[in-house]
Every structure is written in structure tokens, then in C-alpha cells.
Design a protein around this ligand. Sequence first.
Ligand code: TRP
Ligand code: ZN
Length: 460
Amino acid sequence: MRITTLLVGLALLLAACRPIPAPAVAMVGAPGVGDPIFPLLGNGGYDVQHYTLDLTVDVARNLLKGTATLRATATQPLAAFNLDLLGLEVSTISVDGAPAHFTRSGQELTITPGAPLATGAIFTTTVAYAGEPTPLADPDLAFIDQGWNHQDGAIYVVSEPGGAMTWYPVNNHPTDKATYTLRVTVDKPNVVAANGVLTEEIDLGEQRTYVWEMAQPMASYLTTLVIGDFVRVEEPGPDGVLIRHYFPPDEVETLTRIFANTDEMVAFYSDLIAPYPFAEYGVVMLPFPLGFALETQTLSVFGPEMAMEGVNAHELAHQWFGDTVTLAAWDQTWLNEGFATYLQRMWLEDKLGRGFMDGGMRQYYAGLKGFKVAAPGRVTEAELFSEAVYERGAWVLHALRLEIGDALFREFLRTYYARYKNDVVTTADFIATANEVSGQDLTEFLNAWLYDAEMPPIPE
Ligand code: TRP
Ligand code: ZN
């Protein structure tokens, strides 16, 4: 009896001293970051600083083989964490050099390191993988095959919004930007173009390795890789920025002419907003129709039907708004597209005059009202790249400019950019900055332009 009492007492004492184990779920990184449209994009529990993608590509057979090495910081204790990867075969994964267990389910790759990671731990994950990548087809975004595409002996990557996970394991959401090293080995005579600066070309006899460094943080949807028959055309730009384009060999003359004023555009936006944020800029022109252009960081991907001054200005403007100041959630694409559309018109306004700008905007206003185009502030998946976002998005900025005047509008652009450079923004950040710069409470005014089904009257 006394012994039992003693044992029970001892057991209670021991139980009280033992730390209470955290529920297992708190040790596992979330499978998404809570994006309102794409709940499984990105993952919780860590922050990636750098990706090194070391890939060998068989261009003719569309086969990819290589390793992805991610340096990241744990933001919570992690017994397991996820990366996003769709398709391909994973052979081995290690964390800090030790083999890690992994499972896959849809786009979620769950990795269990040998020992849990502590909050603040900087850890390196290496994923060895291979296969034939296939683009992501989403019925709500039917106009794009997101990610890795293979066509007519060439390979190109256009990922916005979710395609990065078709070719490498990634924390696939703009809220986790990182720098990149891309080392790609291909058979000659293929040329490899990618984001950032081409720092090395290594001759391997039959093959060649191209090393590209993206030194500024980049959202995963802006990573690109284009492989095929291209000529690199260089031109010095303003303030030491190098302009380098990749053109199909038989289009070099025409395209050099069409894109000849890219340096002037860089100078224009640098003066309007802030210095161009990267070391280099250019476009890669695909040899077949794409239907769009995409503002992939430092190297926009174009289809030939998009080889126009207005589109060039649009994708270049995105390098500031979209790439450097980036939407925080996918239901707010107007923060990218409204800005690029309006800034594209500001370039033309500089050439053709204020009347051209204002007249054009008023014509769009009538059309948008007539067709009852939806409000831009918070859109559905089907509207991500619709008129609501581009044209009503641009009208949010024109209305703000008419309301506060040119000088304050310009100051707004500069302040908003400087404040959110290399970061992500929400519409609430946009409104707060507009209020602050103007010294007025514009919340109701802007909310009407952003969220009212009916467009408000044009400010006097
Ligand atoms: N952001 C592109 C633009 O400048 C449109 C776009 C979205 C896109 N997703 C894409 C283009 C995928 C090509 C591929 O307007
Ligand atoms: Zn755009």
C-alpha cells in the first residue's frame, strides 16, 4: 500500500518534471502558405535563401537530370517540411549531408530529416531528380501551359503563377523570394539563356555548361530557362546596365531594330521610379508563337507576335513592379498588371503627350463600363490575367493620379517602390502608402476603384 502510494507519487513527480511534448503537428511545416487562390502553393516553416540547380538537359528527348540544392532557414521546429514538385522522379534527398526520408503526394514532397531542425537553423537540402517535365495545365488558366515546355526542338519555361514546380523542387510562392545559381549542361550547339548574369561557359567537348547567377531575390514564378538556337545580341545600356537579348538567328536584324530603344526605356523608368534593380536586361524571343510575353526576371520571354514597343515597355516596367515589388497573394494580380499596364502608357505618354494618355484612358473607361468589367481589387482564378486586372487595374492608378496630381503621384510611385523593394505587397500596403504620401485619407476613394462592381466617376 505504502509502496504503491510512493510509486504513484514518484510517477506524478516525474510526469510533472518531464517537458510536455509539443503536439506532433506543430513540428511539421504546413503544406501551403495560405494563398487564397492556390492554398497548396508554397510551404510553411522555413525560408529559402538560395537555390543551386545543377541540371543536364537532353534537349532533343526533353529529359532533365540533376540536383537542386536549397539553403534555407527554419522558422519553427521542423521534424518534417514540404517542397513543391510536380512530376519527375526523385531518387535521393539529403538534409545537411545526411540521408532524409521522403514521401510524395500530388505536388507535395514531404521530407523528414534524420533529426528535427530547430528554429533558426540554417540547413541545406539536396534533391537528386530526373525525368521528362510536363507543363501544368489548369482549366481556369487555359491560355498557358505553366512551367517547362518543349516545342520544335527548343525548351522554354514560363511559370506564372504555379509552373516553377514542374522543373525543380521549390517553395513555390512569391512570399519566399531567393537568389539562384543555375548550371545547365546541354549538347552543342544549343544555347542556354536564364535569369541574371551568365558568369561562366564551360566547354566539355560535345557538351557545354552554362552558369547563370541571379544575385537579387526572385519569386519562383519569375525563374526561366530557354534552350535552343539563339544569337546573343548585346548593347550597352544606361548607368552600366547591360542590355542582352536572345534572338532566333534569322530574326536578328528585324528584332534588333524593334528592340533598339530598350536602353531609352530603361533610362525612362530609372528616372521615373528608381535605378533599374538588376545588372542586365533583355528579352528572349521564341521562334514560335506563345500568345504572350512574360516578365521573367532580367530576361522577359516573348512570343514573336508580341515584338512591339508597348509590350516591351510593359515587361520592362514589370522588372520594378511585379518582380522587385511583388504581389503577396495571387488574388491581387492588379498590383503587378495594373502597374505594368499604366507604366507602359507612361512611356508612350512621354513620347506622345498627356493628351494621348488621358484620351486613351477615357476610351478604355467607356469600354470597361460598357462591358461591365469586374473590379480589380480581389479577383477569382479565372480573372487572374483579365481586363479587370490590366485595364481596371491601370485605372486605379490613373484615378489616383487625377485625384492627387502629377507631382504627388510621382512621389507615390517612388515611395511605394522604395518601401517594398525586394519584398511583397498587398492592396492594403498600396492604400496606406497612397494615404501617407498624399497626406489625405484616400481609403474610401481607392476602395471604390478597387472593389465596386460599377466604376466610380472619373475625378474632375
Ligand atoms: N504576366 C504576363 C504579362 O505580362 C501574363 C502572363 C501570366 C503570362 N502568366 C503567363 C504570360 C504565363 C506567359 C506565360 O501580362
Ligand atoms: Zn504584365
